[in-house]
Design a protein around this ligand. Structure first.
Ligand SMILES: *[C@@H]1O[C@H](CO)[C@@H](O)[C@H](O)[C@H]1NC(C)=O
Ligand SMILES: *[C@@H]1O[C@H](CO)[C@@H](O)[C@H](O)[C@H]1NC(C)=O
Length: 434
């Protein structure tokens, strides 16, 4: 039975006015500080006046991932607040979380309020490619789907953060597939429930709209994309968007096109699955923001995601033949992820014009998450990337995230704070100097 401590549907976008974060009233404070050069995660963090530390984390199956930490300037206290782990969506990397200004991007807001913010780059993204045993041209370096992101990448990030901070639990924020892989973690490895206080799902990609139900043009673009993936697999090119500079230049050039053309044509054409133009993004910086967030991924991750798009259901990877599925799962059809196993308190926000995480699909996922205490908001005229880049995000999304985290942590007492002047047990991790 659903336990809901607050069930609120917001049809009209009236922001919330509660809690410790008040979005600035000066529109200039919403400006993304880069208009031409595409910044990386370090540029963005340091530009905002924080220290950036990058860690390499090794997963249980041998993949080498990047994890970033923000520290306030002049931090002397050994004790830090409750850790928050951010994980971005399909083909998106950590840069995207800082897609608004210094006072209006969620990692900066939470750091200002005393939280200890970490950003994880999942396997296959540009800084998280590599394996301890296999070389970069070995197919085994890319032989995984998003299932492994859920059962290996998230545990590696979480365990590293808890070991490094001495906390025994953390908070989680996932956009799109970053939410989907969290549900995989909880349904497949229930022990991890003990390590998470609460999670925020923004435009969650769990069940998706069956693409064949979608509009003609959306269906057409997906079909082209789907055959591109198959072609790449045949050519043994295991990374999708490996030609990043080309893509980034294309995205960046969107900003050079006059406003209306850009937002209605250029951006919408490339990112149709993000949902229709809402006017929430700044046209001058939109191309640079997108260029900084897009990254590579494995073709098999893409293949798995397209299986979800073709069936509408969040199931395990389909090997494409009954015998193999039978061998792997004991059933001819891959099993659904058991969303009823998710027990962590959730804050779910989704946009009314998001094509990727469309309201009907998100609501089907919500229906299946029968045992998590949940708050949910449907945001009017909000698309998939407005959660990162939309100027309404601070007022309508981030205020609620801060409030949710503050309420959850008000009763949380860490019982295992270690003295951080001693080096943390680095185990399988090492500090990346660079
Ligand atoms: C952020 O807020 C502080 C305090 O209100 C203000 O002094 C500063 O100018 C703001 N920063 C930006 C980049 O708008
Ligand atoms: C968009 O961003 C640019 C660059 O930061 C800024 O100068 C401009 O005022 C912003 N436009 C709007 C409509 O806010």
């Amino acid at each position: 039975m659903r336990v809901e401590f607050a069930f609120i549907l917001v049809a009209l976008s009236t922001g919330a006015d509660c809690g410790r974060y008040t979005p600035p009233t000066n529109p200039r404070e919403y400006d993304f500080p880069y208009t031409s050069r595409v910044p990386n995660v370090r540029d963005l963090i340091e530009h905002a006046g924080f220290r950036h530390d990058q860690y390499k984390v090794i997963t249980g199956d041998g993949h080498i991932l990047s994890l970033h930490r923000l520290s306030p300037p002049g931090l002397h206290s050994k004790r830090r607040g409750v850790p928050v782990l951010f994980v971005n969506g399909y083909c998106f990397q950590s840069e995207g979380w800082m897609g608004l200004g210094r006072n209006t991007s969620l990692p900066f807001i939470l750091t200002d309020l005393g939280y200890d913010v970490w950003l994880g780059d999942e396997r296959g993204s540009s800084r998280s490619i590599g394996h301890i045993k296999y070389s970069l041209d070995d197919v085994r370096t890319y032989s995984y789907t998003f299932h492994e992101m859920g059962i290996y990448d998230l545990p590696a990030f979480i365990d590293h953060i808890l070991r490094e901070t001495g906390h025994d639990r953390l908070l989680y924020v996932g956009l799109s597939l970053g939410s989907g892989i969290f549900t995989i973690l909880e349904s497949e490895l229930p022990a991890y429930r003990q390590k998470v206080i609460g999670a925020v799902f923004l435009g969650p990609a769990i069940h998706l709209t069956n693409w064949q139900d979608g509009s003609l043009i959306y269906y057409g673009i997906l079909r082209v994309f789907d055959s591109m993936i198959e072609a790449q697999i045949k050519m043994k090119k295991w990374l999708l968007l490996a030609n990043e500079p080309v893509i980034k230049t294309a995205l960046q050039s969107c900003s050079l096109v006059p406003v209306n053309l850009y937002l209605s044509g250029c951006l919408t054409g490339i990112g149709l699955n993000f949902g229709r133009f809402t006017g929430n993004m700044n046209a001058t910086t939109g191309g640079v923001q997108l260029a900084s967030v897009v990254t590579s991924t494995s073709v098999f991750v893409s293949k798995h995601l397209f299986q979800v798009l073709k069936t509408g259901e969040f199931r395990k990877y389909d090997y494409g033949n009954k015998k193999m599925n039978m061998l792997m799962y004991g059933t001819e059809k891959p099993p659904k992820y058991d969303l009823s196993k998710i027990k962590t308190p959730l804050l779910v926000m989704y946009g009314s014009v998001d094509n990727m995480a469309a309201p009907d699909a998100v609501e089907r996922s919500i229906e299946d998450m029968t045992s998590s205490p949940m708050e949910r908001y449907l945001l009017d005229n909000f698309n998939h990337i407005d959660f990162l880049f939309g100027r309404r995000a601070p007022k309508e999304v981030y205020v609620r995230v801060v409030d949710f985290f503050d309420r959850l942590t008000a009763s949380y007492r860490p019982n295992n704070i270690v003295d951080q002047s001693k080096p943390a047990n680095t185990g399988v991790t090492r500090r990346d100097k660079n």
